[in-house]
Design a protein around this ligand. Sequence first.
Ligand code: DSN
Length: 440
Amino acid sequence: MSDHKKLYDEVFGLLEKHDTWMQNTINLIASENVSSPAVRSAIVSDFRDRYAEGWPGERVYAGCKYIDEVELICIELAERLFKAEFADVRPVSGVVANLVMYTAVMAPLDRMMALSIAHGGHISHARKNLGGTAGAIRGHKVRNWIFDDNEFNIDVDASMKLIKKMHADGKEIKLLLFGGSVFPFPHPVKEFREIADEYEMKIGYDSAHVSGLIAAGLFQDPLREGADIMTASTHKTMPGPQHGIVLSKAEFAEPIKKASFPGMLSNHHLHNVAGLAVVLAELTEFGDAYMDQILKNAKALAQALHERGWKVIAEHKGFTESHVVLADISDSPMKNGRTVEEELENANIVINRNLLPWDKKMGRDYKTPGGIRLGTSEMTRLGMKESEMDAIAELMHRVVMKGEDVNKIAAEVAEFRKDYQKVHYAFDTDTPAYAHLRFM
Ligand code: DSN
């Protein structure tokens, strides 16, 4: 057999291995989820091979009559679900959605406020020296929100003072950006609306992690609290395809449309727009029950770890109000997030290491941070409830704190997962969630 045919076959072998492994793992990655058989069907349609630059009805390409209809349905479902005056469903990812937002409301080099990465900010909000999208790609000067480590949230008074001082010093800020990647508590959006008006600043909100919770009315409601634009990726608490979305007040519709196309995108991955339409319909029907269980499971997982002696962040605030649980494991026998991540992966439990606000002071960085981040979206989608969170905490505890044999735990995890192989909270749930699909 030729070498390239061997490699070709190897790709399919690895895909199959991955899918089988996913059937046997506990996935607690907060930025992931598992999409329904319906979303999977939509994203393998012929839309994946087509082009449709521009807005529905004003395309640069022929052949778009059904594509346009699907995109208009997607827009309508998004505007209804998020009660948004305008939705652009073309950004191909959360980072691209953020770039669209930056382009719509700021000129290159304009200044913005955002969370630092150690406080939960995303790399697309970050400064040039970190290679962050805002700084390195758009040239924005990024000033970080002042953060209250104990409350695990933005310090409103100190940040307000900073904004006033910066304007007094002639360092105008154009965008106040809320949201991020580690986001257990709602951000103080409404507290900043008045000062945003006073200094003609726009308010943006990156809801990538919490958009599903927002749609269900179970986190905060940024567009009613004063945000002008809300961006998201569509595959975290929202269990859709890997894509992006921008939602806004009507007055930002035109600049956003222009920033998307021709600014940021040529084609916009039409199969994912179809998948997004499907997940928006699923969330409209099942989102309230699903998101409620995600939250209950996050609290249950945090509590179960806490009861086993783990240092879970923000105990005095009930640990979390989102899908995310953060734990400081620097005192554990494994000492750092990277080792914990590796050992848990060997035990078929997939989590993220995570930088903590105080890591830098302790001489730790993102490679070997003091924390781990857990999310409950995917396991909840498979039908798990609070008692399963307790079982997961026990399996993690045996690996991280008791140092039990990871191969033994991996086998127990695979056994535990046998009862949870289908997605819940969807119209069509028959095909197993991780079924390996092949067309040849
Ligand atoms: N890096 C992902 C996260 O973990 O939040 C999102 O891009």
